[in-house]
Design a protein around this ligand. Structure first.
Ligand SMILES: Nc1ncnc2c1ncn2[C@@H]1O[C@H](COP(=O)(O)OP(=O)(O)OP(=O)(O)O)[C@@H](O)[C@H]1O
Ligand SMILES: [Mg+2]
Length: 238
């Protein structure tokens, strides 16, 4: 059995008096693709952001590669191999594709930058065609590809993605998931937050279902795809 790269243990997170995460425990093994599904406001983004310490956990532990990172700075976490593509495909609107990708690098030496950028263009050929185009003039799907590629520029060991399919046309969603599948096949560990349960569960080795800040169910992607509760609540009953 492979070992966990990330473990959350009994995580509590509050926004003022409101408890957004309640004793959340989960783990992600090296090389796995794991997704977290749940309705609007369930706490999915909060969970993902809390891995970076924003918001901070009030209680519980976040263990990354055996090290307790619960109280580490976001900078420490990023420079130790966790990268995230946040909800809402936040790219730098006035910068070109190339400039956005450069913003994703961490100082590991310039010799890698060209090579890494080329790797991103192979993964997302659309971005190569548009390398000098400013991000704000690109389509939603292209901006999402750029947000994922930028996160990958830091050569992460663990990639966190918050709703990469949000607001995109079905054909673009398919392309994004195909690329994620390709990425997963290279051995990348992926933790994916999605409302698109169908695509997410098909892609994932394992998944967790979050309801009102708590983990309600977990299992393999296959198991959850045929689970009655999941089908009724997240797969439109089909
Ligand atoms: N900065 C904040 N201040 C106060 N409350 C917040 C803040 N961010 C999120 N919340 C609340 O925490 C709860 C969980 O929100 P969160 O964004 O984590 O949900 P989500 O599962 O990602 O939802 P969605 O699918 O809509 O993105 C919600 O009730 C939300 O209103
Ligand atoms: Mg969210």
């Amino acid at each position: 059995m492979s070992k966990p790269i990330l473990e959350l243990k009994d995580l509590d997170v509050f926004y003022g008096p409101i408890q957004a995460l309640k004793k959340v425990s989960l783990h992600i093994n090296e090389g796995e693709t794991v997704s977290l599904i749940g309705s609007n406001g369930a706490g999915k983004s909060t969970l993902l952001m809390s891995i970076f310490g924003q918001p901070r956990a009030a209680d519980g532990q976040i263990i990354y590669q055996g090290v307790d990172i619960t109280h580490k700075s976001s900078h420490y976490i990023a420079s130790n191999g966790i990268a995230q593509s946040p909800e809402g495909r936040r790219v730098f609107p006035d910068m070109t594709v190339e400039e956005n990708l450069l913003m994703g690098t961490i100082p590991i030496g310039d010799q890698y930058v060209k090579e890494d950028m080329q790797r991103m263009f192979e993964l997302f050929p659309r971005l190569e065609e548009r390398r000098t185009q400013r991000a704000m003039t690109m389509s939603g799907g292209e901006q999402q590809m750029l947000a994922i590629a930028r996160a990958l520029m830091s050569r992460p060991k663990l990639l966190l993605l918050d709703e990469p399919s949000l607001g995109l046309a079905p054909i673009v969603v398919k392309q994004i998931f195909a690329t994620l599948r390709e990425l997963a096949s290279t051995g990348m560990t992926i933790f994916l937050v999605e409302q698109n349960a169908n695509h997410a569960l098909k892609l994932s080795d394992r998944a967790y279902v979050m309801v009102n800040g708590e983990i309600r169910l977990s299992g393999t992607g296959k198991e959850l795809l045929v689970n009655d509760e999941v089908r009724n609540a997240y797969l439109g009953g089909h």
